[in-house]
Design a protein around this ligand. Structure first.
Ligand code: AMP
Length: 114
């Protein structure tokens, strides 16, 4: 499914530019526009799923593929260590409703829970 009003579906379709850093048949990784760490990459499935809970129920293998891509990105761009964040729902900070993993790496990361 591709949703015409979904910004990340439009990135997958090549209609909106993004700095791609890794890609597989089913997964795309690109730089976050507003980086919060030296490496801040978003990993998304090419197929539209609204959030990580929906994806986990629909296609857990695809969720695992996203984490494999996060591993590759962190090894290519940092030291293989990274923070993986899924904001799941608006009150958790989700603003784009196409599931995405934030991969943060390349620095000592502090911890601010909210
Ligand atoms: P979230 O708040 O978890 O939904 O995260 C959405 C993320 O998408 C934010 O970190 C934004 O900076 C990022 N973002 C929004 N639009 C774009 C875009 N066109 N290209 C890259 N990153 C984007």
């Amino acid at each position: 499914m591709s949703e015409t009003d979904c910004i990340f579906c439009r990135i997958v379709a090549g209609e909106i530019p993004a700095v791609k850093v890794s890609e597989t048949e089913r997964v795309l990784a690109f730089n976050d526009l507003n980086p919060q760490a030296p490496v801040h990459v978003l990993v998304i499935p090419k197929h539209h799923h609204g959030d990580v809970s929906t994806l986990a129920a629909a296609d857990p293998g695809l969720l695992a593929e996203m984490i494999e891509v996060a591993d590759v990105v962190s090894m290519e761009r940092a030291d293989g260590q990274y923070r993986l964040i899924f904001n799941n729902g608006p009150r958790a900070g989700q603003s784009v409703f196409h599931v995405h993993a934030h991969v943060l790496a390349g620095a000592e990361l502090g911890w601010t829970p909210a």
